[in-house]
Write a protein that binds this ligand. Sequence first.
Ligand code: ATP
Ligand code: MG
Length: 361
Amino acid sequence: MNWDDTTDDAAAAAERLVGASADGEDQAVEAALRPKDLGEFIGQEKVREQLDLVLRAARARGATADHVLLSGAPGLGKTTLSMIIAAEMGAPIRITSGPAIQHAGDLAAILSSLQEGEVLFLDEIHRMSRPAEEMLYMAMEDFRVDVIVGKGPGATAIPLELPPFTLVGATTRAGLLPPPLRDRFGFTAHMEFYEPAELERVVHRSAQLLDVEIDPAGAAEIAGRSRGTPRIANRLLRRVRDYAQVKADGRVDREIAAAALKVYEVDGRGLDRLDRAVLEALLKLFGGGPVGLSTLAVAVGEERETVEEVAEPFLVREGLLARTPRGRVATPAAWAHLNLTPPQQAGGRTGGKGQQDLFGA
Ligand SMILES: Nc1ncnc2c1ncn2[C@@H]1O[C@H](COP(=O)(O)OP(=O)(O)OP(=O)(O)O)[C@@H](O)[C@H]1O
Ligand SMILES: [Mg+2]
């Protein structure tokens, strides 16, 4: 990637084994593990079928493919799909991102240097500046930009024709896109979290590319802890591979995978140290809530944003934590997951027993 923009929350996430963003070494391995065409891309059946039609039809017409918007959580394959789109169209790809485009002029420079049919991948498109966004509207619709020369009353707009190109926009927050921008995409693909069986296939495929011997139970163990996310599956696989090489003969089975992930503090459901710290504080210190986000964050010694953006989305998705107007609340599943007894059920008449269970462990 030729841009470098890491938000604080992304940086915090990257420090975690199950964090959904990629950095440094990860990016290199990630590139190596990327499926190269639609046939190799695992899961997302609907998106694949629809995209296949869009691209085939464009190819048959000898036309440039319509603009494509990819939305979905980090690590689900948006960047991968953008590269596949270019490959399937036999077109070159230019990669940039919303935060990298500070001024409309930056975007004009990129747009005016595109070749006919080229794919422009605009990652984090929801983080583009307003003026750039408005320039993009016209570029997408009319393949034209107005380059403003000069300032104040003397400024003139010089229209510039662009070759037809395909914009592929990616966003983790489709809701933040202004409707005029969203409407200019001919096709929107919403990427879902992956099923465990699909992640098993991802693990097997990556293991083969990395030359790791893994049996089906080992792959299932890793897939089950990967939070529906291929990037996390690949990352856990690499850590399990390390463990298997150092502690065993390099082969991965269920026992090795489980033992390795225990070392890395990823539990059976894919929760990591931070997720568990948040849950434990919520249960043990606040009796399951409701408790305010800031208080919860202080209790685990983390920034508010880290708890809210890094830990909570997965806990909410797993049905372990609920965000209510009165604060964060643990669900019965959370008590069960940490093997704790909710206070109202604890001990019946000897009410104090429950407190002991809560605070004693
Ligand atoms: N469908 C898939 N089949 C196989 N591997 C996949 C699939 N989707 C993603 N991956 C793998 O997961 C990793 C992350 O994918 P990718 O970088 O495309 O995610 P992303 O959606 O762009 O994430 P972000 O929002 O953080 O940019 C890549 O290494 C890729 O190989
Ligand atoms: Mg990406």
